[in-house]
Design a protein around this ligand. Structure first.
Ligand code: ADP
Ligand code: DP6
Ligand code: CO
Length: 352
């Protein structure tokens, strides 16, 4: 009796150019391209084990020990179905391969950080799910091919199949076959950029990314300006900044894009507020820190960015991080009392 089981893990990624809006909600095709950095250490990760067995009656999934329903036609069901389809291609090519595609799977996943709190758990979660099934099924697929399937679980997940600096190209094909992740540069190209995660709140967010962005697409006139006029130029400019290791340009674009993303949330009817007073204070601190540097003839020294939640991610060259942590702890001395309040990361990728 053989045991067919595989484990994979994937880290979160935090976008510098934000994905916010779908042109196709079923296939998860975005209204704009996006770009992110994948975090490389062990603090924000999903680890997923998948097992196929002829005795299993149906596909089942446990997230952090609690069973999640796999709804027919839902995102989990779609990802599992697409992975089984790729497995069938392997079995058709090689008759000696066991017919795993006909077995149900049991999947067990854990996040080592807060789920659904605006720390991109859907990104690491669906990337780890797809990576574990790809390992179980011994698929010859590239990360870009797997990103097509992870995307159908959660859009941001497609970018967690790569480490380093990653773009999700929106594509133009109606079937989504060109809406995938590509590597812009590996982490080793620019290892000096570190990320500081400030967990302002680990509560589950009030408005999920999925429903929030849908409401923005339906009601925000500013989103139309963003997707047509703003993002294409920013995507080109930030890729140039990354290739040139130009932190000043990288930081400027990252902060502008975070601000515009939260502006389109405010432009949504009814409006969505993801940041709170602590988030805004951290923006003020980083703004002042950068102002002093520029006033003294220097460059920008740090960049803030916020996803769909109040938690800050601060990107900065490693040499500035000590100073930044000291500054934040000075203004938020209670941060010492938080459990794991600040975590330091470099950038990088999927393993397993
Ligand atoms: P976040 O800001 O954490 O990405 P979202 O609202 O985008 O929040 O997505 C949260 C949802 O993602 C969860 O409710 C769950 O359905 C799914 N998810 C999170 N982690 C995992 C995981 N490890 N495996 C499978 N699905 C996950
Ligand atoms: C603000 O990928 O969580 O983090 O595709 O509906 O699952 P779904 O949404 P999700 O949205 C992420 C939004 C964001 C920006 C980003 O990661 O690019
Ligand atoms: Co998410």
């Amino acid at each position: 009796m053989s045991i067919y089981q595989a484990t994979a893990s994937a880290p979160v990624n935090i976008a510098c150019i934000k994905y916010w809006g779908k042109r196709d909600t079923k296939l998860i095709l975005p209204t704009n391209s996006s770009l992110s950095v994948t975090l490389d250490q062990d603090h924000l990760r999903s680890t997923t084990t998948s097992r196929a067995d002829p005795s299993f009656e149906k596909d089942r999934l446990w997230l952090n020990g609690i069973e999640e329903e796999i709804k027919e036609g839902g995102r989990l069901a779609t990802c599992i179905r697409e992975m089984k389809r790729l497995r069938r291609e392997v079995e058709e090519k090689d008759a000696k391969e066991p017919k795993l595609s006909s077995y149900a799977v049991h999947i067990c996943s854990r996040n080592n950080f807060p789920t659904a709190a605006g720390l991109a758990s859907s990104a690491s979660g669906f990337a780890a799910l797809v990576a574990s099934l790809a390992a179980l099924y011994k698929l010859p697929a590239t990360p870009s091919q797997l990103s097509l399937i992870a995307r159908q679980g959660s859009g941001s997940a497609c970018r967690s199949l790569f480490g380093g600096y990653v773009a999700w190209e929106m594509g133009s094909s109606p079937d989504g076959s060109d809406s995938l992740a590509i590597e812009v540069a590996p982490q080793s190209h620019w290892p000096d950029i570190h990320a500081l995660i400030c967990v302002v709140s680990d509560d589950k967010k009030g408005t999920s990314s999925t429903s929030g962005m849908q409401r923005t697409v339906e009601t925000s006139p500013l989103l139309q300006h963003r997707i047509k006029e703003v993002v294409p130029a920013r995507m080109a400019a930030i890729q140039r900044a990354i290739l040139a290791r130009d932190f000043d340009a990288f930081a400027r674009i990252t902060m502008q894009d975070s601000n515009q993303f939260h502006a389109v949330c405010l432009d949504t009817d009814p409006p969505i507020f993801y940041m709170n007073d602590v988030s805004r204070t951290i923006i003020a601190l980083i703004t002042e820190y950068n102002r002093v540097s520029v006033a003294n003839g220097g460059t920008l020294k740090a960049a803030y960015t916020y996803d769909a939640g109040p938690n800050a991610v601060i990107y900065a060259p490693k040499e500035n991080m000590k100073e930044i942590v000291a500054m934040i702890v000075k203004y938020f001395p209670q941060a010492d009392a938080f459990k794991d309040p600040f975590q330091l990361f470099g950038a990088a990728g999927v393993e397993g």
